[in-house]
Structure formats: structure tokens, C-alpha cells
Design a protein around this ligand. Structure first.
Ligand code: GDG
Length: 460
């Protein structure tokens, strides 16, 4: 079988517990099943131009990593990736910072990664690049003569073409995309938006085959919704009993787990929770919202703003409704160990996942996987998460509409057991069917086919 070379901005050490972040979780699960290696940044920032490349092997897995310089970190990572591409693709043009210098550093880091990766590529390797940090990777690898199939999967959503067209380098981005054999996206709506963008930015032409012609290339763009591995969240014999015995809480826990990101709709969630307590006083003392919000990209201004806003909202709700023996919001701004996630999900009656826009959202799927089928909790899910296209049996809400959020919470809290079971049953079978294995297999085989088509077309 072909070796799979995964390329992503951040490589997570297979030796350490997994950290927060959906992309790492998805790649980690795939490489646990297929031979190959994982290439990217090791998370270190080193003040030197002669970056040292590290090869590590652990439990049969290989990673090849290198550090970034402080300027790379500021301009490639915090700058172009997280202050331009992330907000624009999430349709937040108001938060985009189009600073001079960001783009050239972004391309330079991609060029350097490609120069370090190219010598490691063998003829039968299949290269799978992940996410918005590495959009130009295929173009840079092609310049170095790499002819292997190269696929790209974008984990984030694709906002409307009008937003993408505002990026000063939008034509360069379209050209960079055209160097891939296959572009994978999370939803059909993302596929439509990207095609629309390519048509408007560089006169891309939709072909009868469904592919799109961009410059000289014929691109495949498809929808491959990322899944989880439900086995990661399974409970062994006796584990649930021990967990329940240790749980002394008498309130119904509502769980939120989101990186502290402005796309995750956390202030909207807190405001809706405050309104709910106001309108339904009989629920006071009976529920607690436990919101984990691990820190992320803290040096980007927009992230510091959201942190301050949330702290103030949590403080004012607790101040207004709290009692000596009841705190309505339990707000935790730390990363929790992955091993504990499963228990927290299981002990919660409600999973409250209401991003303003999200590529997929794995937390929604993880919550479902952890529930007791005989007495399951209820998932409240934003209509604007990619996951909503699949998880139609969740209580779907509009996070911008505070009344809809309040009613969603009420419906979830009051849902009868029969209905909870039926909904959970359908949700769980969907998650099992479209799991992470299915995601990587279907993407990988589509990439092999797309690679063969390009090979057949290229001049001999
Ligand atoms: C991107 C896209 C897309 C969270 N907090 C902790 C923790 N997590 C884990 C969760 C989950 C993952 O991180 C988060 O994944 P999401 O999918 O919810 O969100 P993003 O990080 O924004 O991921 C997203 C995803 O890529 C995959 O394609 O779904 O739309 O934005 O697995 O459990 N894990 C630990 N401690 C925490 O505090 N250990």
C-alpha cells in the first residue's frame, strides 16, 4: 500500500497526550492506521535561520518536524494564517488584518517546508496536505519536480465568494489551489462557495465532469465530512459504574467544550444561558453550565478581546444568579487531559455546541459517542456548524437568535426519554457510519483516482 505523507502546520508528538485541536485529532487517527509519516512544525520557536529537522519515531509512527523563527510565527502563523485566512474563511472580514509582509512570509515558510519535504518523498507516496496554513504547499512541491498525487483538505468552512475575493492575494490563492489533484471540504455548501470563488477570481470553468478548470489544471473538489473514532470514547466493563459512583453532583450538567475562539459563539451562548435563567427561574439550582474554553492563539488581538468579554459575562451571570451553594456557570480556561473528556461528556445531560460558523465540529460528535444509549443526553447544535448537515437529529438552533437558543435549551431539558433515545440512536449510527476511518479511506481513494487522472492528462 502507498505510504501516506501527512503535512500540516502543527505536528503533535505521538508520545504525549493529544492536545486540543480538531485537525491534529483527525490526522492522528488516520496515521494510527496507515503507514507513512507526519511533517510540519514542532511547536518550537527558535531564533536561527538554519532550522534543524527532527525525525522522531514512537510506537511505529514517524514524525518529521522543524521549528519556526519568531518572524515566521508572527507573520506566517499569527499573521497571514490566523489574522487573514481564518477570519475571512469564517466570513469575519471585520476581523481580518491585511498587513504588508504577512503574505510573503506565508509563502516563504511554505517554500521552506516544501524544500525540506521534497527529498523525503518516494515515488509511490501520496501526499495529503491539511488546512489553511499550507495552501501553497502543492505549488511549491510541484516547482521542485514532485509529481506524486497531492491532496488538500480544508478543515475550516469556506465563506461566501465575496469574502474570499476581498483577500488582496485571492488570485494567487486560486492558483495555489490549482496545483492540487483533489480539494476536500467539509460540506456541500463549502464546495459551492469554493467553486463560486474560483469562477469569480480567476474565471474557473465548471466542466460537465463536475471538475473545475482553473488555468491549465482540472481540479476535483469534493465533500468529505470529517468523523471521529467512536472507539476512542467507549467505556470498558465497570467504568461507567465507577464514574457514576464518583459523581456527587445533584445538578444537570450542560457541557461546552470549545477552543476560546470568536467563531465558537461563546458570548452568544453565555447570554442565552443568562436569559434562560431569567425566564425560567424554576431551573435555577437545577442546572450548571460547565464551559471548557482552552486558550488558543492568544497573541492575536481578536482572541484577547473575546477572553475579556467571556470573563465579564460569566462573572456577571454568576454574580446575578449565583447562591452560596450554587454557581450557574463553571467557566474553565484551561486544556483538560484527553482521557478526562470522555467522562465529562458522559456525565452531562446536554451538549451545547453553538458556533457561529464551523468547518465540522468534532465536539458535537464526541458528545454523542459518549452518551448512555439507554438514557442519553441531548445535543444542541448550531445550524452553522458543518456537523449540522449530518446531525439533523440534534436540537438545531440559530446562535445569533437568543430566543431560539433559549427555547433550544428548554426543549433539550424537557425532552422525554423515548425521544432522546430515538434521536440518539439515529445520531450514533450516523457517527459510526461516517467515522474517521471512513473519512480517511474515502478521501484517500478519491485522491488516488484524481492523481491517476492528472497523470493520464499530463504530456508524456
Ligand atoms: C478544526 C475546525 C473541524 C477541545 N478542548 C479540549 C480538547 N478539545 C478537542 C476536542 C476535539 C477537538 O479538540 C476540537 O475539534 P473541533 O472540531 O471541535 O474544532 P477545531 O479545533 O476548531 O477544529 C473544525 C476540525 O478542525 C476537524 O476537521 O471540525 O470545524 O475548526 O477533538 O475534543 N481536547 C483536550 N482538552 C481540551 O481542553 N484534550
Amino acid at each position: 500500500m502507498a505510504r501516506l505523507v501527512m503535512v500540516s502546520n502543527r505536528v503533535i508528538d505521538f508520545n504525549v497526550a493529544q492536545q486540543a485541536g480538531g485537525v491534529a485529532v483527525a490526522i492522528y487517527n488516520t496515521l494510527a492506521r496507515q503507514s507513512g509519516f507526519w511533517f510540519g512544525w514542532d511547536g518550537q520557536i527558535v531564533d536561527s535561520d538554519c532550522a534543524e529537522i527532527k525525525v522522531s519515531r514512537a510506537n511505529g509512527h514517524m514524525t518529521v518536524t522543524e521549528p519556526l523563527t519568531p518572524a515566521d510565527y508572527a507573520e506566517y502563523y499569527l499573521g497571514y494564517s490566523n489574522s487573514v485566512l481564518w477570519p475571512v474563511f469564517h466570513n469575519r472580514l471585520d476581523l481580518a488584518q491585511f498587513e504588508a509582509g504577512y503574505y510573503s512570509r506565508y509563502v516563504a515558510v511554505n517554500e521552506r517546508f516544501a524544500a525540506h519535504l521534497a527529498p523525503l518523498i518516494e515515488p509511490d507516496d501520496v501526499i495529503w496536505v491539511h488546512d489553511y496554513h499550507l495552501l501553497p504547499m502543492a505549488l511549491e512541491l510541484r516547482k521542485l519536480g514532485i509529481e506524486n498525487p497531492i491532496g488538500y483538505f480544508l478543515h475550516i468552512p469556506v465563506g461566501p465568494a465575496q469574502a474570499l475575493l476581498a483577500i488582496p492575494e485571492n488570485k494567487e490563492i486560486a492558483r495555489a489551489l490549482s496545483a492540487y489533484d483533489l480539494i476536500g471540504l467539509q460540506t456541500q455548501s463549502d464546495v459551492r462557495n469554493l467553486i463560486d470563488f474560483l469562477q469569480q477570481s480567476v474565471f474557473g470553468r465548471l466542466l460537465p465532469s463536475g471538475r473545475i478548470r482553473v488555468f491549465e489544471a482540472e481540479l476535483d473538489i469534493g465533500c468529505f465530512p470529517v468523523g471521529i473514532d467512536p472507539a476512542d470514547f467507549a467505556f470498558g466493563p465497570g467504568e461507567v459504574e465507577a464514574l457514576k459512583a464518583a459523581d456527587t453532583s445533584e445538578t444537570n450538567r450542560i457541557i461546552g467544550i470549545d477552543r476560546l475562539d470568536y467563531t465558537k459563539g461563546l458570548p452568544q451562548k453565555f447570554r442565552a444561558y443568562g436569559k434562560f435563567l431569567d425566564e425560567y427561574p424554576n431551573y435555577r439550582r437545577r442546572i450548571v453550565l460547565s464551559q471548557f474554553a482552552p486558550p488558543t492563539r492568544e497573541s492575536v488581538e481578536a482572541y484577547a478581546d473575546i477572553k475579556a468579554e467571556l470573563e465579564s459575562l460569566a462573572g456577571s451571570i454568576n454574580g446575578r444568579f449565583g447562591e452560596l451553594d450554587w454557581v450557574p456557570i463553571n467557566y474553565i480556561h484551561r486544556t483538560i487531559p484527553r482521557a478526562e473528556l470522555r467522562d465529562v461528556y458522559r456525565l452531562s445531560r446536554i451538549g451545547w455546541v453553538t458556533p457561529l460558523m464551523d468547518g465540522m465540529n468534532l465536539v458535537a460528535k464526541e458528545f454523542i459517542a459518549c452518551q448512555d444509549p439507554a438514557d442519553p443526553g441531548v445535543l444542541i447544535l448550531s445550524k452553522f456548524a458543518g456537523a449540522a448537515a449530518q446531525l439533523t437529529d440534534a436540537v438545531l438552533v440559530n446562535p445569533y437568535d437568543v430566543n431560539d437558543m433559549v427555547q433550544g435549551l428548554r426543549i433539550a431539558l424537557e425532552m422525554p426519554l423515548d425521544e432522546r433515545r430515538e434521536r440518539h440512536d439515529r445520531l450514533l449510527s450516523g457517527i459510526r457510519k461516517n467515522d474517521s476511518n471512513d473519512w480517511s479511506h474515502s478521501y484517500f481513494s478519491a485522491l488516488m483516482k484524481a492523481g491517476q487522472r492528472r497523470f493520464a492528462r499530463s504530456p508524456k
